[in-house]
Design a protein around this ligand. Structure first.
Ligand code: DQQ
Length: 490
C-alpha cells in the first residue's frame, strides 16, 4: 500500500467512530466518514457487487478525490473495504476522479481520471489500476493510458474525464466526457484490445447549447433492444417540469452505429424527478440485469451534516433495476430491498372521502411502503409522511393535471442551492394506470425515494429537526387506498 493510501486508511480507522450518527442512512452506502460523491467502478465481480465512490476522507466537503470502496451481496448490506485509490502520482496528483471497473483474465481493472491542476489550466488523463483480489489495487506503470496523444484535434484535456469501460465483441471500449470549444457536452469513444493501448474511435454524441455546458459521467449500454446513453449535464436548461436542478442526469435512448461510432437518439429524458440524484452509473449482474446507482445529492447544495459539523456528507441512492419501455428508462427497487422487508398489510381498499385520515406512529427510520390509490373519484390527495407538529415530507397528487409533487419545504433543515429562486419541491406528470396511482416509498434516515407508476422515480434527502412519526392523507373527493409496508432490515 502506498504512503497516501496507508494514511487515508489509518485516518478512517482512527476517526470514523467520532462522527455524529443522527442522520446516517443504514441500508444505503455511505462513507465511514468524510465526503462522498459519484459512484465509481460499479461492477459484479466474483459473485458480489463492488461499488467505489469519489471520496474525501479528511473532511465533509469535496477535496482531494480518493476512491472509497465497499462490496455487497444484496445491494442493501454493505461491507466497507480499504480505500482503493489515493491521488499523488505525477498523472493524478490532484485527484483520482470518476471512472469505472471491468474484469479481465480474473483481475479487476479500474479506469479512472487523473486530475492535475497546472499553472494555467487543468489536465485530465485516463489511468488504469489493477487488482488480483478485488481489494488491493496497483496503479499501472504505463499511466496515463489515454491523454493528449489520442485527443489531438478532437478536444482538450482541460475537461476530459469519467471513463466508463465495457467490452463489446473483440474489443474494450470506453466512453469519456469532454466538451466542445463552445462549451457543449461531448462524449468521446475510445477502443482497445487489451485495456492498455487505446485509440480514439469517434465523437459519439455532442450536446446542444441548452443541454448543459459540460456532460459528466457517461454510461453506455444495451437494454431491451435499445442503446442507452446516460450522462450528467452541468447546468442543463429547465424545460417545463424537467431539468430543474442546477445539474441533471439524463438518459438518451436510441441506436448505436458501431461502424461509425455514432449514437442516434430517438428520445431523451431526465432520469430522476427529485432534488437529489446525480452521476448515476450502471453495472450488469450475473442474471443479466442492469442495475443503476447514483450519488443522492447535487452540486452547490448546502449539506446540513457538514454545516452541523457531523463529520460526513453524502450518500448513494438505492440501487435500482432498469428496463426500457417505449423509449423510456424505467426503474424499480432492486430485489434485495424486498428480500429485507417483512411486509405487513396496513389497509385494504380503505375508502377516504373529503377528510384527513391519520395513521399514527406508523413511521420508522428504515421503511418501505407501498400504496395503491384508486383515484377515479378523487380530485386531490395530500400525503404527509413523517408528520410531526407542522413538519414532514409532503407528497401530493392533482388528478386533473396528473401531477405528483414532492416537497421537503417543511421537512427540517432548509437546504439551499444554486437553483434560481431556490428549490424545495419538484413535480412530475404521472398518469394513473387503470385509475390507480401506485407509489412505493423507500425511506432511510435522511432520504426518501419514491417509485411511481410506469417506473418514474423522485429522490430526496431531508434532515428532520423533530422526528415525525405519523402519516396523514387528506383527500378531496374520494379514494380507495391499500397500503402495505414494513421496516427494512439493516
Ligand atoms: N465528479 C468527479 C468528476 C466528475 C464529477 C470529481 C461529477 O470526475 O465529472 O469528483 O460529479
Amino acid at each position: 500500500m502506498t504512503q497516501k493510501l496507508l494514511q487515508a486508511n489509518q485516518y478512517i480507522e482512527k476517526n470514523a467512530s467520532s462522527i455524529n450518527q443522527e442522520y446516517r442512512n443504514q441500508f444505503h452506502l455511505m462513507a465511514p466518514l468524510g465526503w462522498i460523491n459519484d459512484p465509481n467502478g460499479f461492477v459484479f465481480f466474483r459473485g458480489e457487487y463492488h461499488l467505489f465512490y469519489q471520496y474525501n476522507p479528511y473532511d465533509s466537503v469535496w477535496g482531494p478525490m480518493h476512491w472509497g470502496h465497499a462490496k455487497s451481496k444484496d445491494l442493501i448490506h454493505w461491507e466497507h473495504l480499504p480505500v482503493a485509490l489515493a491521488p499523488g502520482e505525477d498523472y493524478d496528483k490532484n485527484g483520482c476522479f470518476s471512472g469505472s471497473a471491468i474484469e479481465k483474465d480474473g483481475k479487476l481493472y479500474l479506469l479512472y481520471t487523473g486530475h492535475n491542476v497546472e499553472e494555467e489550466s487543468t489536465r485530465q488523463v485516463q489511468c488504469l489500476a489493477v487488482s488480483e483480489d478485488g481489494v488491493n489495487f496497483e496503479k499501472y506503470a504505463g499511466n496515463p493510458v489515454i491523454d493528449e496523444r489520442q485527443l489531438s484535434g478532437v478536444a482538450t484535456s482541460d475537461d476530459f474525464r469519467d471513463p466508463k469501460v465495457f467490452r463489446r465483441e473483440d474489443y474494450y471500449y470506453t466512453v469519456v466526457a469532454a466538451k466542445t470549444a463552445d462549451n457543449r457536452g461531448q462524449i468521446l469513444l475510445f477502443r482497445s484490445e487489451d485495456l492498455l493501448e487505446w485509440k480514439f474511435y469517434s465523437v459519439l454524441l455532442e450536446g446542444e447549447a441548452h443541454q448543459g455546458i459540460m456532460w459528466e459521467c457517461p454510461d453506455l449500454f444495451q437494454l431491451d433492444g435499445e442503446d442507452v446513453l446516460i450522462i450528467s449535464p452541468i447546468q442543463m436548461k429547465a424545460e417545463g417540469l424537467s431539468y430543474r436542478n442546477i445539474s441533471s442526469a439524463v438518459a438518451f435512448i436510441g441506436q448505436m452505429d458501431w461502424e461509425k461510432g455514432k449514437f442516434h437518439p430517438d428520445n431523451y429524458h431526465e432520469v430522476d424527478g427529485g432534488l437529489d440524484f446525480y452521476a448515476p452509473q450502471t453495472c450488469e449482474n450475473d442474471r443479466g440485469e442492469r442495475i443503476m446507482v447514483a450519488w443522492m445529492q447535487l452540486w452547490e447544495r448546502l449539506m446540513p451534516t457538514n454545516e452541523l459539523g457531523h463529520g460526513w456528507a453524502g450518500s448513494m441512492s438505492l440501487p435500482r433495476k432498469l428496463a426500457v419501455v417505449d423509449k423510456h428508462l424505467i426503474q424499480e427497487p432492486v430485489a434485495g430491498l424486498y428480500e429485507n422487508v417483512k411486509l405487513e398489510e396496513k389497509l385494504l381498499d380503505k375508502e377516504i372521502e373529503n377528510q384527513t385520515f391519520e395513521l399514527k406512529n406508523q413511521v420508522c427510520d428504515q421503511q418501505y411502503l407501498s400504496l395503491e390509490l384508486d383515484v377515479s373519484e378523487a380530485e386531490n390527495i395530500q400525503l404527509e409522511y413523517a408528520k410531526g407538529s407542522n413538519t414532514g415530507m409532503l407528497l401530493s397528487y392533482d388528478v386533473a393535471s396528473q401531477m405528483v409533487t414532492v416537497s421537503r419545504e417543511k421537512a427540517g433543515h432548509v437546504i439551499t442551492g444554486a437553483e434560481e429562486g431556490g428549490l424545495g419541491a419538484r413535480s412530475i406528470k404521472v398518469p394513473p394506470q387503470n385509475h390507480k396511482l401506485k407509489l412505493q416509498m423507500v425511506r432511510d434516515t435522511s432520504s426518501l425515494e419514491v417509485f411511481l407508476n410506469g417506473g418514474k422515480t423522485m429522490s430526496f434527502t431531508f434532515f428532520e429537526k423533530e422526528k415525525g412519526k405519523d402519516i396523514a392523507l387528506t383527500v378531496t373527493g374520494k379514494v380507495k387506498l391499500s397500503l402495505e409496508g414494513g421496516e427494512v432490515n439493516r
